[in-house]
Design a protein around this ligand. Structure first.
Ligand SMILES: NC(=O)c1ccc[n+]([C@@H]2O[C@H](COP(=O)([O-])OP(=O)(O)OC[C@H]3O[C@@H](n4cnc5c(N)ncnc54)[C@H](OP(=O)(O)O)[C@@H]3O)[C@@H](O)[C@H]2O)c1
Length: 258
């Protein structure tokens, strides 16, 4: 059974722990300085601890603390060359981490859908680490990218859930304005996004072809699509991605100065 430690059981760390518990087959140690955070994840982890020695015993250690305290955590963890350290922090480079540990460093940009095993993750490694590969596959889907694109991944799949939540909210509000109640509207909007995403992932057809398939001539969808094509929607989404990417680069530059 693959053993790993999650360091920091906040938003992301707890999502990883819950997702791995649902997947099964992982021996997870949860480590945090916050006892309340440990209590929340205790039902989903093999063990919880505030002891660094216990946390350091796993083959794989995932550091899921805020970017500005990654350096402090790494100074407490004395890992060996046969261990793997996974960093998930926005704007923290593999070089920054590798300078502070003997472990093999893998950089991952995950997202909170780890909780439901629907995570989209980007990974950068020198070579495939089998335990990390299994962990990522059990939590959802992952793609391997060059590290220079990690800022883009931070925006796309790290921050992306918020952009999609906002889209769901806009669709819901559109239905509310037409008189539907909020619970029904939100359920239909969210399930529609989930179904459309599944279609894109499973289909060999291009997104343009998929849009065409929903747009029958003189039908309802084409009326709505004409509005979207004439709007700034695509530009706004592009600008949101660019802004988040820029912020990730800024954070990386701040770390590089340390
Ligand atoms: N949230 C996301 O959607 C997301 C997506 C992709 C990547 N990430 C990355 O994941 C990392 C964690 O983000 P988050 O949103 O999960 O942060 P978070 O909710 O603040 O969780 C961090 C946890 O680490 C604990 N902690 C603080 N100092 C510690 C130490 N020295 N040793 C062990 N644990 C310590 C915190 O306790 P206290 O609360 O007591 O400080 C907290 O429970 C960040 O680097 C972020 O860039 C997050």
């Amino acid at each position: 059974m693959a053993d790993l430690t999650i360091v920091g059981c906040g938003n992301l760390g707890s999502a990883l722990i819950n997702g791995l518990a649902a997947a099964g087959g992982h021996d997870v140690t949860a480590y945090d300085v916050d006892e309340a955070a440990l209590e929340r994840v205790a039902p989903y982890a093999a063990r919880t601890t505030t002891d660094v020695e216990t946390a350091m015993a796993s083959d794989t250690v995932v550091v899921a603390v805020k970017p500005d305290i990654v350096g402090a955590v790494l100074s407490e963890f004395d890992l060996s060359a046969d261990q793997t350290l996974v960093t998930v922090a926005a704007g923290v480079s593999r070089n920054y981490v590798a300078a502070r540990t003997d472990a093999t460093v893998v950089r991952v940009m995950p997202n909170l859908a780890a909780e439901t095993q629907d995570m989209a993750a980007a990974v950068t490694w020198d070579e495939v680490d089998e335990d990390v590969r299994v962990m990522l596959a059990d939590l959802g889907s992952f793609v391997e990218i060059e590290e220079e694109l990690m800022d883009t991944a931070t925006a796309l799949n790290g921050s992306g859930p918020a952009f999609v939540f906002y889209t769901i909210q806009a669709m819901t509000e559109g239905a509310l304005a037409e008189g539907m109640d909020e619970t029904a509207a939100e359920t239909l909007a969210a399930q529609t996004v989930k179904g459309a995403a599944e279609t894109v992932l499973r289909s060999d057809r291009s997104v343009d072809d998929l849009i065409d398939a929903v747009c029958s001539p003189n039908g309802t969808t084409i009326e709505g699509m004409e509005v979207l094509w004439d709007s700034q929607f695509a530009d706004a989404m592009g600008a949101a991605l660019a802004a988040a990417t820029r912020r990730s680069r800024e954070m990386a530059a701040e770390r590089a100065d340390e």
